[in-house]
Design a protein around this ligand. Structure first.
Ligand code: CUA
Length: 349
């Protein structure tokens, strides 16, 4: 008996942890704190299906306990057999009809929402005012192209608030999955077809995130750095968004200090074959036009000179399995310093 005790302790510890840790989470990456129409619809489906499941579990548990207690074998009545109800039409019909009704209650909003969420007619029109973003997932970074504005960026997705934003999703290498938890469910990115859907960001609610910045994730195991394949979503009112597009189009890489100019030279020898620094070009590596504005280096560490230097010096440790490892000759400390200065200055105001 004694030897079971420690197991019970661990079990209760885990139960308590589950209870408390379930409360951990940030509003800008929680499915349960929706910031737009899509996330609202999906949350209401989560609540409805959970309510139905809880109802079924509670009712079945009560009936189970009642039957076990009421019809248990009592001393002196070992031979007594309770009334047999097999083949009872009344009972058979009851427990067939109830699940059908419950499924109908769940099916009506589910089917209706599924059609509404899959409605991408607007983005498929020849001429459309709707904002379309072509998303390409790569090992382990994200490219965002605004085809109608002819702007390309990466890692930080900029979107206007209070309108439908349509996404064309694909992958360049292996299957990934595009997911902004607070804005809506995930959607796979495949190599051989494009998936389409839309999301919406409500200006009244985006304020709950720091600097209107939401977290996006890769939600499909894609390799050693899958968990580091993050992106950020910056939400802006439509006029500020248009301004951002304009700024991106006009952005030119500048190197103001001498150190930055040295960095620019190194960049043009070692980096430019993969990375573009103007917003009209796609590349095999992230577009860096507004790198200095980004919050993160390589998607997962704060964009500080120290972290950027670590990334340039040893990409493999920083983000295992990435495609930058070995793509350039090893850099000397002074070259890294110059590159950091140059890259940090790539800003779009
Ligand atoms: Cu890409 Cu996981």
């Amino acid at each position: 008996m004694k030897k079971w005790l420690p197991n019970w302790r661990i079990l209760s510890l885990f139960s308590v942890m589950t209870l408390f840790l379930a409360g951990c989470g940030k509003p800008f990456l929680s499915t349960l704190q929706p910031v737009g129409e899509v996330a609202d619809m999906q949350k209401s489906l989560i609540l409805l299906s959970s309510a139905i499941m809880i109802l079924v579990v509670v009712v079945v548990s009560i009936i189970f306990v009642y039957v076990v207690v009421k019809f248990r074998q009592r001393d002196g009545e070992e031979e007594r057999i309770p009334k047999q109800v097999e083949g009872s039409h009344k009972l058979e019909i009851t427990w067939t009809v109830i699940p059908i009704l419950l499924l109908l209650i769940l099916a009506v909003p589910t089917v209706s929402y599924t059609f509404q969420l899959a409605d991408v007619k607007e983005m498929e029109k020849e001429e459309t005012d709707a904002l379309v973003v072509n998303v390409t997932a790569h090992l382990y970074w994200w490219e965002f192209e605004y085809p109608n504005q002819e702007v390309v960026t990466s890692q930080d997705l900029y979107v206007p608030t209070d309108e439908k934003v349509y996404f064309n999703l694909k992958a360049s290498d292996v299957k990934h999955s595009f997911w902004i938890p607070s804005a809506g469910g995930k959607m796979d990115t495949n190599t051989d077809n494009e998936n389409k859907f839309w999301l919406e960001f409500d200006s009244k609610r985006v304020g709950q995130a720091p600097e209107e910045l939401f977290y996006g994730k890769c939600a499909e195991l894609c390799g050693p750095s899958h968990a580091l394949m993050d992106f950020k979503v910056k939400t802006l009112p439509r006029d500020e968004f248009d301004q951002w597009i304009e700024n991106m189009k006009n952005a030119e890489p500048t190197a103001e200090t001498e150190l930055a100019q040295a960095g620019e030279e190194i960049f043009e020898q070692s980096c430019i074959t993969c990375h573009a620094v103007s917003a009209d070009q796609k590349g095999v590596a992230p577009n860096l036009t507004n790198f200095g504005n980004r919050q993160m280096v390589a998607g997962h560490k704060a964009n500080t000179p120290e972290n950027l230097a670590d990334w340039l010096e040893d990409p493999e440790t920083f983000k295992p399995g990435n495609k930058m490892t070995g793509a350039y000759d090893e850099l000397k400390p002074n070259e890294i310093e110059a590159l950091v200065e140059y890259l940090s200055g790539l800003k779009v105001e």
